[in-house]
Design a protein around this ligand. Structure first.
Ligand SMILES: Cc1ncc(COP(=O)(O)O)c(C=O)c1O
Length: 373
């Protein structure tokens, strides 16, 4: 048996030889086609000013929250913010978590019980998978966006059944047939849970709202670290489920609550989102422009969202292309296996409201040249 240090070294070496080694990089000066700051909120001076004003208006607020929400960390401000956000998304209630990762882990580890069933899309985010792994429920994947495959799993579900989808998939950028999935889950009396991490912002209050499904979804996860430019997340749900999570969701209970300045930032980001129709339109225009400029030579995955992926295939080739693009001034990251299935390694291009027409044209031109080189 290897000693811990030997084990650690071996695993890291394996990553290096497989070309899947990860390392932290300092922030760069490349053109941003990588971040989740879809609407530019993280860099918005307007948002910064709103936050400064909110902080200034509440001089008595503490720097830190001082404890878990169940001990000293709760505030009227946090509870009112939860109500405000729930109303914005047309939900009955909401419960804030310190991150989207925590929210998914806290929901899926506490709600489905032994004998119950969780059915998730095969491309579900790691936080959903990790939460489900912590539960004692039966777990199944259905083929990506495939209604037939979902129905097959539903037919074999036992106990209470929870179906989990994302309204925009983080590694593909595509959207599932949400109406049909809602109908199918209804037919089998399963409960539908939707992760809206990458849909909030571009689709304003999210796709469950866009499709009028707010009363058909059992819970939604909205994250604040992407288009809202902040940090944290909320689970939108019924008052009943909120009460349950407060009692049983360990990533909510056993952690220090978000401090006031984080909550204030989120509140201001929501206020800004309500008046950001121009930014949303700019983002939509940039998505259209990118797709138009990129032409048909690339293996571009179908997506109307801010996440556009070009499948290259092979870790080495994908990494090489990303490096060339970075060399040309564009911050584009390769998404390698095992994050995505072998053979579907890709360049993941995130578009933003603040990318200029010239930047998008230059990126498309570079991509077109590289693909012929
Ligand atoms: C679909 C999805 N859900 C949840 C998360 C986790 O959210 P957070 O970054 O707030 O932990 C992410 C982000 O990586 C995501 O893409």
């Amino acid at each position: 048996m290897d000693h811990p240090e030997e084990f650690i070294r071996k695993r890291l070496e394996e990553r290096k030889t497989q070309g899947t080694y990860r390392a932290l990089k300092p922030e760069g000066r490349l053109i941003d086609f990588c971040s989740n700051d879809y609407l530019g909120f993280a860099r918005s001076k307007v948002l910064k000013e709103l936050i400064e004003k909110e902080l200034g208006d509440k001089p008595a607020a503490l720097n830190g929250s001082t404890g878990s929400r169940l001990l000293s960390g709760n505030t009227t401000y946090a509870e009112e913010l939860e109500q405000q956000i729930a109303a914005f998304h047309k939900a009955e209630a909401g419960l804030i978590y310190n991150s989207g990762y925590d929210a998914n882990v806290g929901l899926f580890s506490s709600l489905p019980q032994k004998g119950d069933t969780i059915i998730m899309d095969e491309l579900a985010h790691a936080s959903i998978i990790d939460g489900a792994r912590l539960s004692f429920a039966n777990r199944y994947n259905f083929r990506h966006n495939d209604l037939k495959s979902l129905e097959e799993k539903l037919q074999h579900a036992q106990g209470n059944c929870y179906v989990v989808i994302e309204s925009v998939y983080s590694m593909n950028g595509d959207t599932p047939p949400m109406m049909e999935i809602a109908e199918l889950t209804g037919k089998y009396q399963a409960r539908l849970i939707v992760d809206e991490a990458h849909a909030t912002g571009l689709y304003y209050n999210g796709l469950a709202n866009r499709f009028g499904l707010e009363n058909k979804v059992f819970a939604r996860i909205v994250t604040f670290g992407k288009a809202l430019g902040c940090h944290g997340a909320i689970i939108l749900c019924s008052n009943l489920l909120r009460e349950y999570l407060i009692n049983f969701s360990r990533s909510f209970i056993y952690t220090t609550a978000a401090p006031f300045h984080q909550l204030a930032s989120v509140k201001c980001a929501y206020d800004l989102l309500a008046s950001s129709h121009n930014e949303i339109q700019k983002l939509k225009d940039n998505i259209t422009l990118f797709k138009k400029n990129i032409g048909s030579k690339h293996n571009l995955l179908p997506s109307d969202s801010a996440i556009q992926c070009i499948v290259i295939g092979g870790n080495e080739r994908t990494r090489q292309l990303a490096k060339q693009l970075q060399g040309a001034g564009f911050d584009i990251r390769p998404i390698l296996s095992p994050t995505v299935p072998t053979g579907s390694e890709r360049l993941r291009i995130c578009l933003h409201s603040y990318n200029t027409t010239e930047e998008i044209a230059a990126l498309a031109e570079t991509l077109n040249k590289l693909s012929h080189g």
